[in-house]
Design a protein around this ligand. Structure first.
Ligand code: LRH
Ligand code: MN
Length: 393
């Protein structure tokens, strides 16, 4: 590989960081059940410990996304101390506005003002948690919607969301941001109040300058061009972050790059081209949002991180200058081949060299398997209480 490409990959690896979801280490399932794994994390301490192990062998995931209802159950844990102890800082704070019985007909979109107030109060409490644990992002996903035509007034609910998000925005401090995540369906199957990027964009703009859009790759119709949405949000300076996963059908939450690696590559390409044109790194939170129902959870997480690194590196070696010229002259085949050549490039040796140069194991999965960490936690966590199957995580 040319030195120039090796250097581009090293620079890309130096800046690429991806946040892990605490719930990716816990037993999660589908509506058809949840399969327990002997060493699945059940406490916040275990989730930080597992994240620290993934960061030990990869070196690129220094933060852990936290879900308020699942990770602050006993509220007594000193997260800042845990962060210092494990070297993993608290990442995005995710309020839970979908699990409580109150939210049957919605949270911020509920026609009952007391329930809207309950939902808003939970978001405001989550902003306080973010301040306490020095997190920047409050990541909002709403299951709100309906299952049958005519059962809800979509415009009135939109107005309640505008009001709720503005009040949440006004509670932010420092460099805090609101990330507004959209999803076209599930659990609602007729309409979802924040169903697509346009709705999330408008609501974010109306909320205020610190509200940005979060793109979960699993939250799109099968034929939707996700990288075009990314290109628009970049250009509008409204892209706040990603929840990466992969899917074959719906919001399958499979491991990144397991089904369509070229999809994630095309997303990273739009970002790399934007950064080349603007000459500045985009302020994007790269995060994983997956549920490891069958794969061993820590191995699935390591596989996800190393796959993300490879696809990010491939996008970094696209020759943007040459590509821009081909785009200008409509040299279609040459332009497309700029991407295909980069995607076909084996970047693993350069990434392994980058790891070795920084004291990170060249093969993270192998290093994890040789560490005995999995055996240690299986012994330590054997017979532990497992979370109720009614809770997602
Ligand atoms: C909703 C979602 C959201 C999380 C949840 C675990 O599908 O993507 O980001 O809160 O998964
Ligand atoms: Mn998500």
């Amino acid at each position: 590989m040319e030195d120039r490409k090796t250097e581009q990959i090293a620079q890309a690896m130096d800046r690429f960081r991806i946040e892990l979801p605490s719930w990716g280490f816990a037993d999660t399932g589908t509506r058809f059940g949840k399969f327990h794994q002997p060493a699945a994390a059940t406490t916040i301490e275990e989730k930080f410990s597992d994240a620290a192990e993934v960061n030990r062998v990869t070196g690129v995931c220094p933060s852990l996304a936290l879900h308020v209802q699942w990770d602050f159950r006993d509220g007594s844990t000193d997260i800042p101390a845990l962060a210092t102890q494990t070297g993993i800082r608290a990442g995005s704070i995710n309020p839970n506005l979908f699990q409580d019985q109150d939210y049957k007909f919605g949270s911020l979109g509920n026609s009952d003002p007391t329930i809207r107030q309950t939902a808003l109060q939970h978001i405001l409490d989550s902003v306080k948690i973010a301040t306490r644990v020095q997190s920047r992002d409050i990541s909002l996903w709403f299951a709100d919607g309906s299952n049958y035509p005519g059962t809800q007034n979509i415009r009135r609910r939109k107005a309640w969301f505008e009001e709720g998000l503005q009040r949440a925005h006004d509670a932010l401090s420092g460099d805090q941001r609101l990330l507004v995540e959209y999803k076209p369906f599930e659990p609602a199957f007729y309409h979802t109040d924040i169903a697509d990027w346009g709705m999330a964009l408008e609501l974010s703009r109306m909320a205020g300058p610190r509200a940005k859009v979060l793109v979960d790759t699993g939250h799109h119709y099968a034929s939707q061009n996700i990288e075009q949405i990314v290109a628009w949000l970049l250009d509008l300076r409204m892209l706040g972050g990603f929840h990466f996963n992969d899917r074959r059908y719906g919001d399958d939450d499979l491991t990144l790059g397991s089904i369509d690696p070229y999809q994630v590559f095309r997303i990273f390409h739009e970002i790399a081209m934007y950064e080349w044109e603007t000459g500045a790194p985009a302020d994007i939170a790269y995060m994983v949002d997956q549920s490891h129902n069958l794969k061993p959870k820590i191995e699935a997480m390591i596989q996800t991180v190393t796959t993300a690194q490879e696809l990010f590196a491939k996008a970094a070696i696209v020759d943007h200058e040459v590509l821009a010229a081909h785009q200008e002259s409509n040299a279609l085949v040459d332009a497309e081949n700029c991407l295909k050549d980069a995607f076909a490039t084996d970047v693993r040796p350069a990434i392994e060299a980058w790891r070795t140069a920084r004291g990170i194991p060249a093969n993270p999965l192998q290093a994890f398997r040789e560490s005995g960490y999995q055996q240690r936690i299986e012994t330590a966590r054997a017979g532990k209480h497992r979370t109720a199957d009614s809770s997602y995580a």
